[in-house]
Design a protein around this ligand. Structure first.
Ligand code: NDP
Length: 283
């Protein structure tokens, strides 16, 4: 008797343009694991019921994206250490009739920056723009990777304060305002974890933030990464990196949690990069 394919989904709002279904289909082909992976558009107020329905319909694992990463946390019976550190969930693993919550964003970012971009993150004075789900997922991982002082800047200052409090390293992690950026000197790592390009755009960033060896990293990819990465190039950043590699790596990490096998992310990344660059060049 053939076994039914493992059923997976990405929950978010919006999700229609997500690359995750393609990425997991490629991982399934590569590893020979039969699976389905669909994108389910869901508002925060409907998420608990949608997740229950997904379980009743034999869902075995899911990803969660904006704006549901925080809402997912209390729906988990257990969470991993790294998910607890960030307070946000991007991966749900079914255990019997309950969900185990994890967060693979930080690991995904580190794998891309260290292995693919060959960046040594240790002691880098770091500026993190944003304090939403993505920023909360990557901040603990960056600190674990040995960065130097971390400055968190967010449009809503109370969210930056809350992230800094959660990280709990007074003297090393600081909250600041966009208006302070001109007085902060330069950074060797600047991470854009905002969705600003999807709405009104980022507040103006002074070029004095960029020094001779600064790496500028955007968690976004595609169109949404163009404004920040163009600014980084104009400021002569040493390294300019978008979020495509992180996307593929966090997906590989989720796949491993569901199936016990880590797929090789490189061929999937290479294919998506080729398609992505062709699209951006065509614009
Ligand atoms: P959230 O909605 O949780 O957070 C959005 C963040 O962007 C908040 O800090 C918000 O600030 C800030 N923001 C939004 N608009 C503006 C603006 N006009 N000016 C300044 N700040 C603004 O989203 P996520 O954190 O989940 O995602 C952020 C981005 O990162 C998205 O583009 C997402 O696609 C990308 N991402 C990529 C991943 C990958 O694997 N490559 C993984 C995770 C995220 P405020 O709190 O003040 O509203």
């Amino acid at each position: 008797m053939t076994q039914a394919p493992a059923r997976h989904a990405l929950f978010g709002h919006p999700v229609a343009h997500s690359l995750s279904p393609q990425i997991h289909a490629m991982f399934g082909r590569e590893t020979g694991i039969a699976l389905t992976y669909e994108a389910i558009d869901c508002r925060p107020e409907d998420f608990a019921a949608a997740l229950e329905r997904f379980m009743a319909e034999d869902g075995t694992g899911a990803n969660v994206t904006l704006p549901l990463k925080e809402v997912a946390f209390p729906l988990c019976a257990q969470v991993s250490e790294r998910a607890r550190a960030s307070g946000v969930i991007n991966t749900l693993v079914r255990e019997g009739e309950a969900w185990h919550g994890d967060n693979t964003d930080g690991q995904g970012l580190l794998r891309d920056l260290r292995n693919r971009q060959a960046l040594d993150l240790r002691q880098r004075r770091t500026l993190l723009l944003g304090a939403g789900g993505g920023a909360r997922g990557v901040a603990p991982a960056l600190l674990d990777a040995g960065i130097g002082d971390l400055f968190v800047v967010n449009r809503d200052g109370t969210r930056a304060d809350a992230l800094v409090d959660r990280l709990g390293l007074p003297g090393k992690v600081h909250a600041r305002y966009y208006d302070d950026l001109g007085e902060l000197g330069d950074f060797s790592l600047i991470v854009n974890a905002t969705s600003a390009a999807r709405n009104t755009g980022l507040p103006k960033l002074p070029m004095s933030l960029v020094g001779s060896r600064t790496a500028c990293v955007d968690l976004s990819y595609g169109e949404a990464s163009i404004p920040f990465l163009s600014w980084a190039r104009a400021a002569r950043a040493h390294d300019v990196v978008d979020g495509l590699g992180m996307l593929v790596e966090q997906a590989a990490e989720s796949f491993k949690l569901w199936h016990g096998v880590r797929p090789d992310a490189d061929p999937v990344y290479a294919e998506l990069r080729q398609r992505h660059d062709a699209l951006v060049t065509a614009d």
